[in-house]
Design a protein around this ligand. Structure first.
Ligand code: NAI
Length: 288
């Protein structure tokens, strides 16, 4: 049994994860805007730092795992791109950076970050926005997104999930995470029936777009099933899972991207590949 932090614990998949963890006898510290152990607004820097500190205090400085489920969907609105950037990206990265020492203390901690299959199924996500988000420069990301007019929330959402997926893959393999015994992975759901999706389906144009989107097995996913994936990714069975983005999306990613990945290393990346191999060996030799 362990102690887990779950953001977005009051609704949808975050709530389903909390219910499962608690039913298995774990202690859960939930973080949300309401109905949570830690009430905090992750769209504000002060909310993020207060949430990070409150969790560390409540868990006594040792966390067996964290689930980063708080998130905003691509609803219309001028402020939406900024809110998406703050909650979906900084609400993940800043909290996990603050919790890293507590996770390391548990020795076999596991972290699951909610990404989305929007990462691979939304075309032309602006790379510059993703880069700005990864650099924590929300103003620059929002400025670029504004140029996209009405499509800004859709691209903000996809870019936010690409950014956290890239962050997970980059960090997962480093001494601070893999080296500290922490398994860092992401889950990329397709359309799952939760209040977030219900809100999108309430707009007729959005509902038409969602219903027309290719899902080879049909229909929508179930929050409890996704929670079971999360709990599996938090379990000992996932000890060898590191830096993976696990797609659970009814086949949409496979439909659009069947042969895009896994992708063998292309000849033009051979130098980089050899350099990475060398740097890994050097690190292993020096014990870093
Ligand atoms: P949901 O809307 O049911 O739950 C999200 C939770 O995040 C809510 O309890 C909400 O209060 C909380 N939250 C939002 N803004 C916050 C803020 N500023 N501060 C603190 N908490 C805040 O959503 P759902 O569907 O359960 O989504 C969970 C995660 O899965 C999100 O990151 C979402 O982007 C992602 N996802 C959802 C999909 C879906 O179809 N439902 C598909 C792919 C990814």
């Amino acid at each position: 049994m362990g102690t887990y932090a779950v953001t977005g614990s009051a609704s949808g998949m975050g709530k389903a994860v909390v219910d499962r963890l608690v039913s298995e006898g774990n202690v859960v510290v939930g973080i949300d805007l309401r109905d949570a152990d830690v009430i905090a607004d992750l769209s504000a820097p002060s909310g993020r730092s207060a949430a990070a500190a409150a969790v560390i205090e409540l868990c006594g400085g040792v966390l067996d795992g964290a689930v980063m489920a708080a998130g905003l969907g691509p609803a219309p609105g001028r402020d939406r791109p900024r809110m998406i950037a703050e909650v979906n990206v900084l609400g993940v990265i800043e909290l996990l950076e603050a919790w890293q020492p507590s996770l390391a203390r548990a020795e076999r901690a596991k972290v699951v970050v909610f990404a989305s299959n929007a990462t691979t199924t939304v075309p032309m996500v602006p790379k510059r926005v993703v880069r700005a988000l990864l650099e924590g420069d929300v103003d620059r990301a929002v400025q670029r997104l504004r140029l996209l007019g009405k499509a800004a929330p859709t691209f903000a959402y996809a870019a936010s999930k690409v950014a956290v997926s890239h962050w997970v893959r980059r960090q997962a393999v480093t001494p601070d995470w893999a080296g500290a015994g922490i398994r860092l992975n992401a889950l990329a759901p397709g359309a799952i029936m939760t209040p977030l999706l219900e809100q999108q389906l309430a707009t007729p144009a959005e509902a038409r777009r969602i219903k027309a989107f290719p899902v080879p097995i049909g229909g929508f996913g179930d929050a409890n099933q996704l929670a079971a994936w999360v709990v599996f990714m938090l379990s000992d069975a996932a000890d060898f899972l590191c830096g993976s983005v696990v797609f659970v999306d009814g086949g949409s990613d496979a439909w659009f991207r069947a042969t895009d990945w896994p992708r063998p290393v292309p000849a033009r990346h051979l130098r980089r590949y050899v350099a990475r191999m060398r740097s890994f060996r050097q690190r292993a030799r020096s014990g870093a």
